[in-house]
Design a protein around this ligand. Sequence first.
Ligand SMILES: [Fe+2]
Ligand SMILES: [Fe+2]
Length: 296
Amino acid sequence: MKVVYPHKFNSMSARDILKKVVEERELHLATLNRYRYNEQRSCKDLTEVIERLNGQPQALVKDLSRHVSDEARHAMWLTDLLIDLGADIGKPPGVSYIDEFERLLDQEVYDTQTNLEDGIISALVAINVTEKRGCEYFAAHIHALKQAPQTEENIKIRQTIEKIFPEETGHVRWGNGWLAQIAKKSPEHRKKVEQAKFKYAAIEQAAFESGMDIMAGAELRRLNNLLEVSNTMPLWERPQYLLQRLPQTLVSPELQMTRIQVANKAWQRDPQAFVEKFVPMFFNGLNNIHRQQKSK
Ligand SMILES: [Fe+2]
Ligand SMILES: [Fe+2]
């Protein structure tokens, strides 16, 4: 059976992204608050699946009830951590990964009432693909925190994520197990599971790109255009030109996303650090795109 893994975003791996995230406190705390929100929200979504199943199959309802309790515990740990660190625990601003994921879901197929088995396959695959993304990010986050300065805060954050991570890999294994069992029933079942995996991997990728990440296509394109313009200028004029226009390019009012608000705060606090830490993130993304284009 083919395994579908989440794609990289603009060729930046989760490790590349988290390495930058842990260097910038504001962005780091905002990322943790995103995790908190997603964990909390998944309790609600899993409960909805339980309600739709309406008691059958019992083994699945039983597993899902444990799953809700795991996710609630993760949300609790992250909430405690953020309060401890004096960070915000409000609803993260901007496009939410989970909202976007749900918006892209085909509700008719996902509806367990229409066809119980198809609904179960869809629900399990949808859960599985988002859990895989979570695992990828938590693993990268732990790795980044091991490389980062061992401050009391960084250690606390790492310890919290290290508690959550093994349970998330357990959830992925659990989903894989259920799906393998269903696929074993017949070639038709296997085909259904395979199709669902590809479909939900694509949905998850789209949701991820629009909501979760610290970079977005829109800003990248805007920055790309700005760089194209600056490349036409003499070298010594470029920094001044870029510095004057970067905030407007990255902090556009119509792009109300977390990363933009975080970038805005970072810019106001320390313009130099902004240029040194944030801008390379965007440049790296662009360089990767250029490299990709050249290799085609
Ligand atoms: Fe979780
Ligand atoms: Fe989970």
